[in-house]
Design a protein around this ligand. Structure first.
Ligand code: C2E
Ligand code: CA
Ligand code: CA
Ligand code: CA
Length: 279
């Protein structure tokens, strides 16, 4: 049993790439990833339920590692966060996403909103607001087309600091949304003071929606809370018709998930938008 335990442990470490050596190797590689152009963005459509139209996309990063192939963000974003590299990587993401949004507009496609994930260390960066402004200016993108997704746990760490920074971003005309809503511990009183335009129901509540009465209750509560607070509400991780039907029935405004599209390269979004423009 002891032997088995040890093997399991090794297996686990390999699976998770969690060993220290592994981590160091990945971090080392990540340092070069931006300059060596190994990072790219995929985009996942966000669909408005009333119109059935794609009204926006979320930018999701991918690392094309020269030896390992595609490394998932769940693996390297935490390392980037730990090491501080997230600030440089996040800046690249912002610039690339803004440039792409502007490219689609320049191609004559219907304008859509571009959502970018912002992690805690990036949010805390003193120069975040300036970096966002620079990315918009460089791309020539109107701020109203950019949305930043921050997680619930991020904003609840230091509510006053988060409110101040978010007000500043909102003042520039940028939209803000709360990602992974329901997974942290929001103070509902504090939620009111944030300049938030949408809540995103975490996919962990969507997954078993067809069967779990608890998840149904949570999803309904988040939808109703959003609307009470004059926010829109989007569900992520929507994979099935049943999930869509349930969320529609209870008034969810928007959805994102494999049912509509997985994250795809920019050309595919361009084609999607071109089709919808002709509908
Ligand atoms: P997230 O922001 O919660 O993004 C949603 C994740 O769910 C994405 O995983 C997306 O590909 C996946 N997803 C979308 N539809 C479905 C579905 O129908 N079913 C299931 N099971 N999953 C779905 P991904 O792309 O692997 O990203 C994982 C996480 O990495 C993101 O979670 C986000 O926290 C982080 N991340 C990704 N890109 C960036 C980035 O540019 N900057 C930062 N700071 N974090 C990022
Ligand atoms: Ca997100
Ligand atoms: Ca999420
Ligand atoms: Ca998540």
């Amino acid at each position: 049993a002891k032997e088995l335990g040890k093997n399991n442990c090794q297996f686990y470490a390999q699976e998770m790439n969690a060993s220290l050596e592994e981590k160091l190797a990945l971090m080392e590689g990540l340092r070069r990833a931006v300059d060596d152009k190994q990072l790219r963005l995929l985009y996942q459509p966000k669909v408005d339920l009333a119109s059935g139209q794609v009204f926006g996309v979320e930018a999701l990063i991918r690392w094309q590692h020269p030896e390992r192939g595609m490394v998932r963000p769940d693996l390297f974003i935490p390392l980037a966060e730990e090491s501080g590299m997230i600030v440089a990587i996040g800046e690249w993401v912002l610039r690339e996403a803004c440039r792409q949004a502007r490219d689609w507009q320049d191609a004559g496609l219907p304008p859509i909103s571009m959502s970018v994930n912002v992690s805690p260390r990036q949010f805390d960066d003193r120069r975040l607001v300036a970096r966002v402004a620079a990315a918009l200016a460089e791309a020539g993108l109107e701020p109203g087309w950019l949305e930043l997704e921050v997680t619930e746990s991020l904003i609840m760490r230091d509510v006053q600091q988060a409110v101040d920074k978010m007000r500043e971003l909102e003042g520039m005309g940028i939209a803000l949304s709360i990602d992974d809503f329901g997974t942290g511990y929001s103070s509902l009183a504090a939620l009111k003071s944030f300049p938030i335009s949408r809540l995103k129901i975490d996919k962990s509540f969507v997954r078993d929606l067809a069967h779990s009465a608890d998840d149904q209750a949570i999803a309904r509560a988040i939808i109703s809370l959003s609307h009470q607070l004059q926010m829109r509400v989007i569900a992520e991780g929507v994979e099935t018709e049943q999930q869509r039907a349930f969320l529609t029935q209870y008034g969810c405004d928007e959805m994102q998930g494999y049912l509509f599209s997985k994250p795809v390269p920019p050309e595919d979004i361009g084609a999607m938008l071109a089709r919808s423009a002709h509908d």
